[in-house]
Design a protein around this ligand. Structure first.
Ligand SMILES: Nc1ncnc2c1ncn2[C@@H]1O[C@H](COP(=O)(O)OP(=O)(O)OP(=O)(O)O)[C@@H](O)[C@H]1O
Ligand SMILES: [Mg+2]
Length: 317
């Protein structure tokens, strides 16, 4: 028996006769958007995404649009209308630390709740996981990764490294060809997300029209503004059970102004790293107070000196 294309609790494939719901624990066939949202509980994931992630308004909107398409598809299916499995392969472009991996994880969960993929896990790989060093090694490697990712999302970071035109016999091409095949033939149970810098990805797509034509959604992750970075810092501290003491948030704001001007700034990732160093300094500061009883407030508060000791202020390391 062929599996229904979607398998949300309460939804039925078009060709299965609909029984009246005698058992009250079995959800009735979804007829409204609200039915599908309630049965799939996808809204909880989308709300979480909205709340947990600072900024990224265009990305969040695109994800809502994709979810809407899947929900309506499901209602069409329930009415016996032709439902074509939509292509959901995506590219996530943006600078380091702009939230691509984080959003991909949530995307996998949303696709799972809407019954688009069976498991909803994410397998994150780079070129080295797909491409072998010797002749004959690439196909088995790529196929192994695809097998692991089936039923979920395959996230290929810096995907453009798969294509090395300067090397005529590069094995990356072999991996690309296998990927192309699976992206076409198994798109009802595997979503591929290609991630990386925008300009390099554009070049990659120009040289690989086959790949380009299989990517249905291009999501661009902008750099965060100073204000957004500060808010991301607030969120991260909160989840780690820390807080800024008097004047510390202002100090962190100044820290970010300096850090933004330095090389290798990696958006939210740099915020996380900075907070980790501030926690280290806080710990060293408290550590010297051997005999004082440390209160909850002591243990959770980042003070301005923990921040201002950073080398971006021209002080020590
Ligand atoms: N909008 C956001 N709000 C809150 N935290 C965020 C946001 N974006 C990213 N982060 C956090 O920043 C860190 C880096 O994010 P993530 O790994 O998703 O970025 P990335 O774009 O995949 O980066 P890279 O290109 O370096 O892999 C994570 O700890 C993540 O939780
Ligand atoms: Mg990442």
């Amino acid at each position: 028996m062929s599996q229904p294309m979607y398998a949300i609790p309460g939804s039925v494939a078009a060709n299965v006769p609909v029984e009246p719901a005698a058992d009250p624990t079995v959800a009735p066939v979804a007829r409204t958007v609200a039915d599908v949202l309630a049965q799939s509980q996808v809204e909880a994931v989308m709300d979480e995404l909205d709340q947990d992630l600072v900024g990224l308004a265009p990305v969040k909107q695109r994800i809502r649009d994709i979810a809407a398409l899947l929900v309506i598809d499901k209602l069409r299916l329930n009415q016996g209308l032709a439902a074509q499995t939509p292509s959901l392969h995506m590219s996530f472009t943006g600078n380091p630390g702009t939230g691509k991996t984080t959003v991909a994880l949530r995307m996998a969960e949303i696709l799972h709740r809407l019954g688009y993929v069976r498991k909803g896990h994410l397998v994150a790989v780079t070129r080295d996981d797909l491409v072998g060093q010797y002749i004959g090694h690439t196909a088995p490697k790529t196929k192994e990764v695809l097998k692991k990712a089936m039923g979920g999302v395959l996230f290929i970071d810096e995907a453009y490294y798969l294509y090395r035109p300067e090397n005529e016999r590069d094995y990356g091409q072999e991996a690309i060809e296998i990927l192309l095949q699976v992206m076409e033939n198994q798109r009802d149970d595997l979503v591929v997300i290609l991630a990386g810098y925008k300009d390099r990805m554009d070049t990659f797509f120009k040289s690989n029209p086959g790949m380009s034509s299989r990517i249905a959604h291009h999501l661009d992750f902008p750099d965060y503004s100073h204000d957004e970075l500060l808010h991301i810092g607030d969120r991260m501290l909160e989840t780690m059970s820390y807080r800024f003491g008097v004047g510390a948030r202002e100090a962190f704001g100044e820290y970010l102004v300096h850090r933004l001007q330095q090389p290798h700034f990696a958006n939210a990732r740099s915020v996380r790293n900075a907070l980790d160093r501030m926690r280290l300094r806080q710990a060293s500061r408290l550590f010297t107070e051997r005999d004082r009883e440390l209160t909850r407030a002591d243990l959770t508060t980042i003070e301005p000196p923990d921040i201002r000791a950073s080398r971006v202020f021209g002080a020590g390391p």
